[in-house]
Design a protein around this ligand. Structure first.
Ligand code: HPA
Length: 248
C-alpha cells in the first residue's frame, strides 16, 4: 500500500476520502499522529502528518523511527514524502515543485537507524540512490497528467532546524551541490530504506533560501505559509493523478 507523509502545509489531505483512523503504537513509541486510511483516485493509502495533526512537532523532535515503523506495520510498501523546502538554485522559485534525486544529510542528534547493534543487530544498508526511481517516475508522470510542472532531479540538503540557515550556510550547501534545503528528509529516507519501503520526495519550494533571491537580507517567514497553502493545492492535484504505487 502507498503511504503519504505530509509536511508543513499538508497536515490534512483535502480530497482524501478517509475510511478509518488508527492509532498505532510501535517499539519506538508513538508516531506523529493517528494514521488515516483513505482512498484517492481509487487507490488506498495511509496518510500521516509528519509534524502532527496540529503541526506542533519540531523537525528535530519528530519520532521518525515510530512514523516509518507504523506505516510499515500497517502494510505500506511505498512512501511519498511531501516536504516544504527552501530554494537554493536561482531557478527554483517559490511555488516550484521538485522531485529530487539525491540528498545530503547535515542533521545531528537524531535517531537514524533501527540497526544500531543494541535493539537489533548492526546492519549497513546501501543508500547510493536514496530515492526510488520507480516512484520518482510515477510522480513525474502524475505531474504531466495533472498539468503541473515538476523539476526532475536535484539534491536535497537536510538541515537540523528549526531555525532557518545563515546565508553562509546556504552558500556552503550550494558549494556542496545542494539545490533545495529542508529539515525532515533525514532520517526519514534512510529509515524507509532500512524497512525496505520504496521512498521518494515531492518537495515544494516555499521560500528562497537565506541570502538568495528576494531574501538577500532575511527570509520573509510570514509569506511562507501562504506560498505553502497555494502550492499544496498543486501537490494534491498531482497525487490525485498518481498511478497505482505498490512496492516500487
Ligand atoms: N530551510 C530549511 N528548511 C526549510 C526552508 C529553508 O529555507 N524552507 C522550508 N523548509
Amino acid at each position: 500500500m502507498l503511504g503519504i507523509i505530509g509536511g508543513s502545509g499538508l497536515d490534512r489531505m483535502d480530497g482524501l476520502e478517509i475510511v478509518q483512523q488508527s492509532s498505532v503504537d510501535t517499539p519506538y513509541g508513538q508516531p506523529s499522529s493517528a494514521l488515516s486510511l483513505g482512498r484517492l483516485n481509487g487507490q488506498e493509502l495511509l496518510f500521516l502528518p509528519r509534524h502532527g495533526s496540529d503541526h506542533s512537532i519540531a523537525p528535530h523532535r519528530i519520532n521518525y523511527r515510530a512514523n516509518l515503523w507504523a506505516l510499515h506495520a500497517q502494510g505500506v510498501t511505498a512512501v511519498i514524502a511531501v516536504a516544504a523546502v527552501g530554494g537554493i538554485a536561482a531557478e527554483l522559485e517559490s511555488g516550484t515543485l521538485v522531485v529530487p534525486e539525491q540528498l545530503i544529510d547535515y542533521t545531528h542528534g537524531r535517531e537514524t537507524t533501527y540497526f544500531d547493534g543494541v535493539a537489533n543487530p548492526l546492519k549497513h544498508v546501501d543508500f547510493t540512490r536514496p530515492f526510488s526511481a520507480a516512484i520518482r517516475l510515477k510522480l513525474l508522470r502524475a505531474g504531466i497528467a495533472a498539468g503541473v510542472p515538476l523539476r526532475d532531479g536535484g539534491t536535497y540538503a537536510a538541515t537540523q532546524g528549526p531555525r532557518l540557515e545563515t546565508a553562509a550556510e546556504i552558500d556552503r550547501l550550494a558549494r556542496d551541490g545542494a539545490d533545495i534545503v529542508g529539515m525532515t528528509g533525514m532520517p526519514e529516507a534512510v529509515l524507509a530504506r532500512e524497512l525496505d519501503m520504496a521512498y521518494a520526495m515531492l518537495a515544494v519550494v516555499v521560500n528562497a533560501a537565506a541570502g538568495r533571491g528576494t531574501n538577500v537580507h532575511g527570509v520573509a517567514i510570514a509569506e511562507i505559509d501562504a506560498v505553502a497553502a497555494t502550492a499544496m493545492k498543486k501537490v494534491l492535484r498531482i497525487l490525485a493523478k498518481l498511478e497505482a504505487v505498490d512496492g516500487d
